[in-house]
Design a protein around this ligand. Structure first.
Ligand code: AMP
Ligand code: MG
Length: 494
């Protein structure tokens, strides 16, 4: 099959010579489409009849490199669990190139699981069906929940085995991102003292993500500030949805502010800020409640990497250090503003009053003490506003403990609107459905073990409409039994 040439415009390849190696995806035995994202394809100007399903599988499996693509493995470094690795890079991924989508936005199209590269270190360059479908599912779920995220265009089974603790069916994921620039990309060149490369990388990143700063002398500072703003706008909704990324290493934090690299990620069930699901996060560094602090720590690493590009830093580093430090120190405030605004919406409030943060904090304290399901506790506020408190009370170990808080909350929103209107706002702010860990695992297991894609497709379809309650999908919205959640572990190095 001949594929039409795609209008790739490969700016990374053109501008950032020395920051990647040209590389080809490894041929796979029997590419077979497991998933194709038709909506995303259309937004990229790709006709699903040409690029989707079995027709497109040779491309998204890596056997056919479309005309116009210039596949390359990107270099990057990163702090992993606090320790610096000066060379990571795309060990199993390849950027095919950049497309301008129908809204005029530049989008990276990249393969993951496409074979070894010069950055593979000890890895096999491969990916398994389960984790790649998981990345597709979580990305689409976050997208439908309104969270900035990289997204999957396709998942293709390779027809080959991948060897992990067990033998698993292999897959290649095609990922679409507003870029794959990471904090770790800057760290790679900073660690080598290569200021010339760092400067080119900065200009490239500014053109893509900080267009207001193009050509400005203080563009390094402005990019840093922009990343801080975008990360605050990302982590706040994560926190308000109960999302735990699980491996917020600096190589997994984007300059764009999109969620990326869902390895051991998971959603909270019963609320506990100390929740960790990742099997490799033994110290709880990336626990749910630490995510804003970790983002700040990662920003400080980005600031260090960018510092050589601040004007005048060679003569006198102090003003530059002061400016960068001010951005890092402002991050908690930026995050808080976004997180608190999200909480007010989740409480059904339109205005801001001094007691609102306390009201939200006390709800979280109650949730934790009463071991309430995080997602449903917020969601059932809507029914409670309409006078039906039973669903909310049923989540609590001691239902009567909710009464004083409910009275305070009711008095607060009653100043702003009728119950029906407040309930409508609550249902728009608090999803009914999130990817439940046990449901995700069951769907991935059916796909991986039995080749049965029906549960995955059903879950994916349901997650497209997370704010609508549907009787048919009620089982997907059920919390897992606490015993299941207590044992739930997610795995990295997938
Ligand atoms: P991650 O934790 O998935 O974000 O990956 C961290 C680093 O390990 C990146 O440089 C990846 O490219 C690399 N990596 C992860 N899995 C593999 C694999 N199976 N083969 C080669 N490199 C890998
Ligand atoms: Mg990564």
């Amino acid at each position: 099959m001949r594929f039409p040439a795609l209008p790739f415009d490969n700016r990374y390849a053109r501008e950032l010579n020395g920051m990647y190696v040209h590389w080809r995806p490894q041929r796979v035995a029997a590419p077979r489409s497991l998933y194709f994202n038709e909506g995303l394809a259309r937004a990229l100007g790709l006709d699903p009849a040409v690029w989707g399903g079995e027709a497109g599988a040779p491309v998204w499996g890596g056997n056919v490199v479309p005309e116009g693509a210039e596949p390359l493995a990107q270099a990057y470094a990163g702090h992993q669990f606090g320790g610096f690795s000066p060379q990571l890079g795309d060990g199993r991924a390849l950027l095919l190139g950049e497309l301008i989508d129908t809204q005029g936005r530049r989008r990276d199209v990249a393969l993951k699981g496409s074979g070894r590269t010069p950055y593979s270190r000890g890895g096999d360059g491969k990916a398994a069906v389960g984790p790649m479908l998981r990345e597709a599912l979580i990305g689409e779920a976050l997208h439908a929940l309104g969270v900035p995220t990289t997204r999957a265009l396709a998942v293709v089974a390779t027809g080959e085995d991948v060897h992990r603790d067990e033998t698993l069916p292999g897959a290649v994921l095609t990922r679409v991102a507003s870029s794959h620039l990471r904090v770790g990309t800057f760290q790679f060149f900073a660690a080598r003292g290569d200021t010339e490369a760092l400067q080119r990388l900065l200009d490239h990143a500014v053109a893509r993500h900080q267009p207001d700063a193009v050509g400005e002398p203080d563009r390094a500072l402005r990019l840093l500030r922009g990343v801080a703003e975008r990360q605050a706008a990302l982590i706040a909704p994560w926190m308000n949805l109960g999302f735990i990324h699980g491996v917020m290493n600096t190589d997994n934090m984007t300059i764009s502010g999109e969620s990326i690299d869902f390895g051991p990620c998971a959603f909270l069930e019963a609320y506990d800020p100390a929740t960790v699901f990742s099997s490799i996060d033994r110290q709880g560094r990336y626990a749910f409640g630490n995510q804003a602090a970790i983002a700040r720590w990662n920003l400080a690493r980005l600031a260090e990497a960018l510092l050589p590009l601040f004007p005048g830093v060679d003569e006198d580093p102090e003003p530059a250090v002061g400016q960068a430090t001010a951005v890092i120190d402002a991050f908690p405030g930026l995050f808080d503003a976004q997180w608190r605004a999200g909480q007010r919406a989740k409480l059904g409030l339109r205005s801001e009053q001094p007691g609102d943060s306390g009201l939200a904090d006390d709800f979280l304290v109650l949730m934790q003490a009463q071991r309430m399901d995080f997602t449903l506790a917020w969601r059932h506020l809507a029914a409670a506003a309409e006078g039906h408190e039973v669903p909310l009370r049923a989540l609590a170990a001691e239902p009567q403990a909710l009464a004083p808080w409910l009275a305070r909350w009711r008095a607060r929103w009653a100043q702003e609107g009728e119950a029906a209107e407040v309930a409508r706002r609550l249902r728009a702010a608090n999803p009914w459905l999130i990817p439940r860990n046990h449901g995700v695992e069951a769907a991935l297991q059916a796909a991986s073990d039995d080749g049965d894609l029906a549960p995955f497709q059903r879950l994916l379809a349901a997650l497209q409409r997370p704010f609508e309650e549907r009787l048919d999908d009620a089982d997907l919205a059920e919390p897992a039994p606490p015993a299941v959640t207590a044992c739930y572990r997610t795995f990295c190095g997938t």
